[in-house]
Design a protein around this ligand. Structure first.
Ligand SMILES: NC(=O)c1ccc[n+]([C@@H]2O[C@H](COP(=O)([O-])OP(=O)(O)OC[C@H]3O[C@@H](n4cnc5c(N)ncnc54)[C@H](O)[C@@H]3O)[C@@H](O)[C@H]2O)c1
Length: 436
């Protein structure tokens, strides 16, 4: 019988992502109730306790400590960092918790296999936060494919343009810049969403081989301007002219990527310009963009060869003026194209009777636009609640087995890139479940 009481959940890793999902409980208290937190940061535990109104006894210093306590909620919302997903999830899954788990759910194929084994052994319901699947834009694309009007997909072209300020904040200066520290590649951290979308749109057709190439094109020490210092606000004469200067990017635009750039100030009250300036004097975000410890690529291209002969490409390019996700699908009966940020798609259906040779339909999805990943964050949390209550999966639902094809394709793309672009075979024989 479907559960009618709110689903109860403990937040594990109370960073900005988990709080976004947790806040669904404030808007829909009849559906979700946050009843505890595990996080090593005392300020974050305190904040969550006040925000959601649970007792201090439900605060834990880590996922591992939470796992020592008898299970007291239906689920866990795991918003720890990428390389912590495995170690924080396993003891809680073994305790019987279901889970909403951030992407990437594992940082290597080996971790992925071990995590799946634990989940299957415990019969856990685990959903991965592929928020794009829940946006009106990608849902519209998926529905068009399911309707059959495009025919069989011959080719999917996808691109993700990562803006210059996003690239420099997250992948040159920030948390996902050095794979020795964060354990992820840029493709895994950024485009596992896009590759997941490609797999979702291809339905049950699996990738056969993957090839990939990429490099660090821009931000290397040898590309630094001659006079550049090491820290923008300390020793650089170019602080007012360099487009990547921390003064221009962050100090003069304090709302830009604030959850990362001002993380050290997030619990301060009445944060001033002086506080922000002082933060940039010492934080990673005040470093010269050309003199960081970044080792992840800033652009990468992926070519997927599917088992039925269809092909898909994904180009991730960091450093663009504007952030954009672009898609163009060509099927045997028609084609679809659109830009996620424009919230519109165009469908062209082959029609030999028309003078142009096709019929065109333009669809404006902006009416459906909402906060957070184009409306995806809340829709995903709502679907998670439904999945926990009923076990039913919507067309967007990314139960973990549905996320395997995307993760495996990303792992293999990175293997190919590291091996000079050699094709890597996607071996699904080790995995149960459906790839869509
Ligand atoms: N779905 C999306 O669109 C999307 C967008 C951005 C980030 N993400 C992903 O969300 C995840 C979280 O990112 P974030 O920026 O919110 O991270 P964050 O660093 O702000 O939060 C992580 C939290 O985990 C806590 N933590 C560390 N070890 C722990 C342990 N053993 N037990 C419990 N808590 C522990 C940390 O103290 C921290 O508060 C990452 O995996 C990231 O890739 C997803």
């Amino acid at each position: 019988m479907a559960q009618t009481e709110p689903v109860t959940a403990v937040i594990v890793g109370g960073g900005h992502r988990a709080i976004i999902y947790g806040d669904y409980s404030l808007k829909h208290p009849d559906e979700l109730k946050i009843v505890g937190i595990a996080d090593p940061m005392a300020e974050r535990r305190e904040m969550a306790m006040k925000r959601y109104g649970f007792p201090a006894e439900n605060c834990f210093a880590s996922a591992q400590e939470l796992a020592q306590r008898p299970k007291f909620a239906d689920a866990v919302i795991n918003g720890t960092m990428d390389h912590q997903h495995f170690e924080t999830s396993v003891p809680l899954l073994e305790k019987g918790y279901d889970m909403l788990l951030e992407k990437p759910f594992a940082v290597s194929e080996e971790e992925m296999q071990k995590l799946l084994a634990v989940i299957h052994a415990n019969g856990s319901k685990v959903m991965i936060c592929h928020v794009l699947r829940y946006t009106p834009f990608y849902r519209a694309v998926k529905r068009r494919i399911l309707s059959g009007e495009l025919g069989d997909i011959i080719n999917i072209q996808m691109a993700e343009h990562v803006s210059y300020h996003h690239l420099s904040t997250s992948y040159v200066r920030g948390k996902w810049a050095n794979s020795d520290v964060c354990k992820t590649s840029m493709l895994l951290a950024k485009s596992c969403h896009d590759i997941d979308i490609m797999m979702w749109l291809m339905g049950s057709v699996r990738p056969k081989t993957v090839t990939s190439a990429g490099s660090i094109f821009q931000f290397r020490p040898e590309n630094a301007p001659k006079d550049a210092g090491t820290r923008c606000l300390v020793d650089c004469p170019l602080a007012d002219t360099c487009r990547y200067s921390a003064k221009k990017l962050y100090f003069e635009h304090p709302n830009r990527w604030e959850c990362y750039v001002w993380a050290d100030l997030e619990h301060g009250e009445n944060v001033t310009d002086e506080d922000r300036w002082n933060s940039l004097l010492k934080s990673p975000y005040g470093r010269c963009i050309y003199k960081c410890d970044n080792n992840v690529v800033d652009h990468q291209s992926v070519l997927v060869n599917f088992e039925n002969g269809a092909t898909g490409t994904h180009n991730m390019i960091g450093g663009s003026a504007r952030s954009a996700r672009i898609i163009h699908i060509i099927g045997t009966k028609g084609e679809l194209e659109g830009v996620f940020e424009d919230n519109a798609i165009t469908v062209r259906i082959i029609d030999a009777d028309e003078e142009s040779g096709f019929r065109t339909e333009s669809v404006d999805l902006s009416e459906a636009e909402a906060e957070g990943h184009g409306g995806g964050d809340d829709a995903l949390t709502a679907d998670f609640v439904r999945y926990i209550r009923t076990g039913e999966q919507s067309i967007s639902c990314t139960a973990i087995d549905n996320s395997v094809a995307g993760h495996l394709t990303v792992f293999n793309a990175d293997r190919s890139r590291e091996n000079g672009g050699a094709p890597v075979y996607c071996d699904f024989s080790k995995y149960e479940g459906s790839p869509d």
